[in-house]
Design a protein around this ligand. Structure first.
Ligand SMILES: Cc1ncc(COP(=O)(O)O)c(C=O)c1O
Length: 483
């Protein structure tokens, strides 16, 4: 077993060790990673780190003990609400990320239903299939029923008539994305929110990725569909700051059109022997670091700073879209509204393309097929930190596509397809899963260098098999170190 050192380790040695631990991490600083880190360069990083460290030890548990944190939160909420067309009545809460913001909006809807739709035993929410998995997680945690409505297979946008047809007596909440993560497209928020309003439902806009930058894109002349509180019927919006507002991780906001809705997401407890809990978010004790860092980055970059960053991302996105369209064998999925997009290939395995890019030092993200209308594809999220590398990126992508075209693909998946088709989740004991993963080259926590074969097999697994399999794999990864 891993043990505490008998005596404390010298500081130099500690930090050296921490540095060596991250040598195999994704290299994002150079600009070759199109995901995971929203890199706006040194200024944002330095401001964020300094403010984070300064408020690291303050505890957001009790605003009366740390009024600085309440002040910071109220100022961040004012900026966020103003940015998203909020009115006097708009209120919000700072959270740790998109998932927590969405969880709270869904809890608010569940509690709202207890008062406004008291006959409803299991409240339902209606989502387009492109809405983030965080809604499925929230439904799972909160005991809500989720109705997943297919999107238009050409545009990847929610279909208002289909969303409307899914409404029933138990529906409490309808959701649209601005934009969806996978394809970077904004749903027809005005139509959807109108439908929800007419039906007396709540309507949530998931603007986790797009909420901050889209208004800047609009001011720069981009065609941005309406998605904020100025749209009648929108009752809540989630917007992450730790994505395209470029603040350190642990920063998102959930905003509501009316204070009553935020009351429903809160939690208080006086039924125990300790201090009375009054939580406006899921977390209880929490570092003041992410909030102070978000406040500092927003104010440190200012309107001008964000306009410049937005322009650089818009330009890079336009050049990348044009470049991808010019590569023989690649097709952009739909028409993205944001600096995120997906592309497919009719001539090569996208999983080989991702591996080839990885061998050349780039990170792009494979996305699996979903249902009949979504084939496997590659997602990229473009940040200001990628903007100076557009030409080399396109060059590497063109080379990777050519290399991938020459590689055989799909044999293992074809071989396993029959077997997999006959399987049920109940067949998937730990030994079966471990044997299966061993066949694919996964040994304990170590993955093969090239992921194409594994990805091709995962690509044909239905969610009911893929989900438990990946949970088992995660269980393999997270085991106490042996020393
Ligand atoms: C549209 C959208 N919603 C929600 C989330 C979840 O955010 P988080 O990872 O911060 O919990 C994401 C994450 O990428 C997202 O893109």
């Amino acid at each position: 077993m891993f043990k505490l050192p008998a005596q404390g380790t010298q500081e130099d040695a500690l930090f050296e060790q921490l540095e060596t631990y991250r040598q195999n991490d994704l290299k994002w600083r150079g600009g070759k990673a199109f995901g995971y880190v929203y890199n706006a360069g040194k200024k944002a990083e330095m401001i964020g780190k300094r403010a984070f460290a300064m408020y690291l030890s303050e505890n957001g548990l009790d605003p009366t003990a740390f009024p600085s944190l309440m002040r910071l939160e109220n100022e961040v909420m004012a900026l966020a609400a103003g940015h998203l067309g909020g009115a006097e009545s708009t209120v919000g809460t700072f959270t740790s990320g998109g998932t927590e913001s969405i969880m709270l909006a869904d809890k608010s809807a569940r509690e709202w239903a207890k008062i406004h739709k008291p006959h409803t035993e299991t409240p339902e929410m209606i989502l387009p299939t492109t809405a983030h998995a965080a809604f499925h997680k929230a439904a799972h945690y909160l005991g809500l029923k989720l109705i997943n409505v297919p999107v238009n297979p050409e545009t990847m946008r929610a279909v208002p008539s289909a969303m409307k047809a899914a409404i029933n007596d138990n529906t409490v909440l309808m959701v649209g994305s601005s934009p969806s993560y996978a394809h970077g497209v904004v749903d027809p928020i005005e139509e959807l929110a109108g439908i929800a309003k007419d039906a007396g439902l709540l309507f949530h806009v998931d603007a986790c990725v797009g909420g901050w930058l889209l208004p800047f894109f609009k001011r720069l002349g981009a065609d941005v569909p309406a998605f904020d509180f100025s749209v009648p019927g929108v009752t809540s919006i989630s917007m992450d700051l730790h994505k395209y507002a470029f603040t350190p991780k642990g920063a998102s906001v959930i905003l509501y059109a009316r204070p009553e809705l935020r009351q429903h997401h809160a939690f208080a407890c006086d039924e125990w022997t300790g201090y009375t809990i009054i939580n406006m978010a899921v977390q209880s004790s929490k570092s003041g670091g992410p909030l102070a860092a978000a406040w500092a980055v927003l104010n440190g970059l200012g309107d001008e700073g964000y306009m410049e960053l937005a322009q650089s991302v818009l330009d890079a996105t336009a050049a990348i879209k044009e470049g991808i369209a010019a590569i023989d064998g690649l097709d952009i999925v739909s028409r993205p509204d944001f600096c995120m997009l997906a592309f497919t290939s009719s001539q090569a395995s996208v999983f080989h393309i991702a591996d080839e890019m990885s061998e050349r030092g780039w990170y792009i993200q494979p996305q699996f097929a979903f249902g009949e209308n979504h084939k496997e594809n590659i997602h990229i999220s473009i940040s200001p930190g990628n903007a100076h590398l557009v030409e080399p990126f396109l060059q590497a992508l063109a080379e990777s596509v050519e290399a991938a075209k020459a590689l055989p693909s799909g044999q293992m998946a074809a071989m396993l397809e029959g077997q997999i088709g006959a399987m049920n989740p109940s067949d998937l004991g730990p030994e079966v899963i471990e044997g299966f993963m061993g066949m694919l080259g996964v040994q304990g926590a170590s993955l093969p260098e090239r992921m194409a074969t594994i990805n091709e097999v995962l690509n044909i697994l239905p969610p009911k098999l893929k989900e438990p399999m990946l949970i088992t794999f995660m269980g393999q990864l997270f085991r106490p170190s042996k020393g």
